[in-house]
Design a protein around this ligand. Structure first.
Ligand SMILES: Cc1cc2nc3c(=O)[nH]c(=O)nc-3n(C[C@H](O)[C@H](O)[C@H](O)COP(=O)(O)OP(=O)(O)OC[C@H]3O[C@@H](n4cnc5c(N)ncnc54)[C@H](O)[C@@H]3O)c2cc1C
Length: 401
């Protein structure tokens, strides 16, 4: 396919030449020449005031292929034999979607000597578990994982595949989508269905978080999406689950790989990661300056929790971005969330509003955060925090005596 050029509309103004990021356009005797190396990026089309250039139209299939038979799959992510919570969160969400579509939920467990995890996946709500074990899957590497999931998807043909938007999911799920020649929506924060057309509605922040876009994949299967950890709640486990565990042999891993596992270099973590914390103590602009985040750290340490922050605090340089909670930060749903000196802007709420119990401390009684708080403390955080820390220390001490 190549760029379409309408010479009768062109005035040889040269705007497209300046705009082309690859320098493949030139003018010869006022005639536009499209050289080798055009990537159809469309920049020239956008700048041309006379619509003398056009991108070729991709042939979209006029009808949707037949619905694949194998329901909704969840990639069961495990690290060294331990499932990570987004797996159970996604199985719960897949269960909701599958019940509406009247299909089954399958968890796909890839690894080496990980069979013991299959029952936990059934208890989380899966109807069946595809268990693919192979020494090449002992440690995460993109190539064997993408080959394995692709092979299984081609063999059993799921309608939808969901995975966590973790570093693992982000690394290899796009390769699977490319192998399967289908679309992928990364980093979703919500799912819904158009049950009549059997379309997965995949919602995620777009354009720098300024809008929430709902994306569909109407012409290809499977419909694929990754979702942010912490967005969906884990369902209570099913006791004595009766689902099926289906061991599958893989042929795609027989060839020697192009990459190989060398070693895991542990990141030194001083604190609990936000996504795993049951208690989060988050601070905002109301804390006034970086040094006051020490109070949050002290409270978090006493409660065995992690420290979070609003974007205002991160932008002020008081705490690194990794701690930001909200639309352009992390999504969390701890058991207990402290919002201290945080006003409660919509972009912050979207990242923490599913917390089980929210304590807000703010000196403005009209702060929007109080509308979702379970416990509202109106006052100066810099007075309330030291007093709260003292009280907790006293209680801990008297409990120890
Ligand atoms: C595209 C986009 C994406 C965004 N993404 C995010 C995101 O991911 N996360 C995020 O948090 N924000 C995000 N924001 C920014 C968001 O709109 C708010 O600006 C931000 O959340 C405000 O942070 P804050 O509540 O700390 O500050 P402010 O809104 O300034 O609130 C400070 C609060 O502290 C209170 N206060 C002041 N002094 C004290 C005191 N001594 N004691 C107690 N309370 C006090 C004030 O009453 C006020 O309510 C985004 C914005 C945009 C446009």
């Amino acid at each position: 396919m190549s760029l379409i050029f309408y010479p009768d509309k062109c005035t040889a103004c040269g705007l497209c030449l300046d705009a082309c990021p690859f320098g493949v356009l030139s003018l010869e005797h006022e005639k536009l020449i499209i050289g080798q190396g055009c990537t159809l990026c469309g920049t020239c089309v956008e700048v041309c005031p006379l619509a003398a250039l056009e991108l070729p139209k991709e042939e979209a299939p006029s009808t949707r292929p037949q619905i694949p038979p194998d329901g909704i799959w969840v990639f069961a992510e495990q690290h060294r034999g331990k499932l990570i919570p987004v797996t159970q969160q996604l199985i719960g969400e897949a269960r909701r979607l599958a019940d509406a579509l009247q299909v089954k939920v399958a968890a796909v467990l890839l690894g080496h000597q990980v069979a013991a995890l299959a029952t936990t996946l059934l208890a989380a709500g899966a109807d069946k578990v595809y268990l693919a074990e192979h020494p090449a899957l002992a440690h995460f590497c993109e190539e064997p994982f993408s080959l394995a999931l692709t092979e299984l998807a081609q063999r059993f043909r799921p309608e939808i595949i969901l995975a966590g938007a973790t570093y693992v999911g982000r690394a290899f799920i796009p390769q699977v989508a490319a192998h399967l020649k289908t679309g992928l929506t990364a980093d979703c924060t919500a799912f819904d269905l158009d049950p009549e057309k059997r379309l997965l509605l995949q919602t995620r922040p777009a354009f720098g978080g300024n809008i929430m876009a709902t994306i569909i994949t109407p012409f290809t299967f499977p419909q694929m999406a990754t979702a942010r950890p912490g967005v969906f709640k884990i369902r209570p486990p099913v006791h004595n689950p009766t689902g099926e565990i289906i061991p599958v042999a893989l042929t795609s891993l027989n060839d020697p790989p192009h990459s190989r596992f060398l070693a895991i270099v542990e990141e030194i973590k001083e604190r609990l990661p936000l996504a795993e914390a049951e208690v989060i103590v988050a601070g905002g602009r109301g804390l006034k300056e970086a040094k006051n985040f020490r109070l949050l750290e002290e409270l978090a340490d006493l409660l065995g929790g992690a420290v979070g922050a609003s974007r205002a605090a991160v932008d002020a340089g008081w705490i690194p971005y990794a701690h930001q909670i909200g639309q352009t930060g992390q999504t969390v749903s701890p058991k207990l969330y402290f919002a201290i000196g945080i006003s409660g802007a919509a972009q912050h709420l979207v990242g923490m509003q599913s917390s089980d119990f929210i304590v807000a401390i703010n000196k403005d009684p009209a702060a929007p955060i109080f509308q979702i708080a379970n416990l509202s403390l109106v006052g100066d955080a810099l007075e309330i925090l030291p007093a709260l820390i003292q009280e907790i220390k006293k209680t801990k001490l008297s409990n120890r005596l």
